[in-house]
Design a protein around this ligand. Structure first.
Ligand SMILES: [Zn+2]
Length: 83
């Protein structure tokens, strides 16, 4: 007696068992790929929202800077590396 550990079906015949395991493994791979794709799709909107907030924060800081120091945009190297 052979038992597929994926679907739980039991087989008397080795060839039937091997065919089932190959089929079930392929289906399981597809299912896992779909789950990964779903997780990425859900995470995408969260990350887009995070980017929008960061852009909005940056824009606000830039506007405040321009208001206080004029129109010259600060050099990113001066901001990040201090020179
Ligand atoms: Zn199976």
């Amino acid at each position: 007696m052979y038992k597929c550990s994926i679907c739980g079906k039991e087989f008397e015949n080795l060839n039937d068992y091997v065919s089932d395991v190959a089929f079930c493994a392929d289906e399981e791979r597809k299912r896992q790929d779909a789950l990964k794709k779903d997780a990425l799709a859900k995470d995408r909107s969260r990350r887009e929202e995070e980017l929008r907030k960061a852009e909005s924060h940056y824009y606000k800081l830039l506007q405040e800077y321009k208001k206080d120091y004029g129109q010259k945009r600060p050099d990113p190297f001066e901001i990040f590396f201090g020179f």
